[in-house]
Design a protein. Structure first.
Length: 174
């Protein structure tokens, strides 16, 4: 009888330890997340953006997204990489990161913002008005109740019009 209880105790203890222990992958994941948090603090601690730090942060975001594609932070880090890329004159890279979200993370809570941002970058940074209209239209047609749908509709109506022309149009309407 004692042997039976001893084996049950071993099974229970073994189960508890196996459930509570972290794997090497879990530890590596946590370490990378912590490194990213520290790099974010360092990058955003000053009033101006340090390009070297920004590039390091982008690299860390991409490493995380590639190593842990099933993690809920993967699309968030791709989105952040796209934002930084857009603001550091790497618009093509930003579009690539947003395309990865578009193709692989359709349930991402910022999915519609991702599509809108892709259109915005295509329009304003890459001057690709045809593709910009395509992505703005996706927001309008597939997500008509989303807060960005009206902005996308307005963007379509002003697509390809330069700033001077827009100013004249607004002055005439006043």
């Amino acid at each position: 009888m004692k042997i039976k209880y001893f084996f049950i105790l071993i099974i229970i203890v073994g189960t508890l330890f196996s459930c509570g222990s972290k794997t090497e992958s879990d530890t590596k994941n946590e370490d990378l997340k912590n490194q990213i948090v520290e790099k974010e603090k360092e990058t955003y601690s000053s009033d101006s953006l340090n390009l070297d730090l920004a590039n390091e942060l982008i690299s860390m975001y991409l490493t995380y997204a590639n190593e842990y594609p099933q993690d809920s932070l993967a699309p968030e880090y791709l989105f952040k990489a796209a934002e930084i890329s857009m603001n550091t004159n790497k618009a093509k890279n930003a579009v690539d990161y947003l395309t990865e979200i578009e193709n692989n993370y359709k349930n991402y809570d910022k999915y519609v913002a991702c599509i809108f941002l892709k259109a915005f970058i295509l329009e304003n940074y890459l001057k690709n008005f045809e593709d910009a209209e395509k992505y703005y239209s996706i927001v309008v047609e597939q997500y008509p109740n989303h807060p960005l749908a009206q902005d996308a509709e307005a963007a379509i109506s002003f697509l390809g019009i330069d700033d001077e022309e827009l100013i004249k149009m607004f002055q005439q309407s006043m």
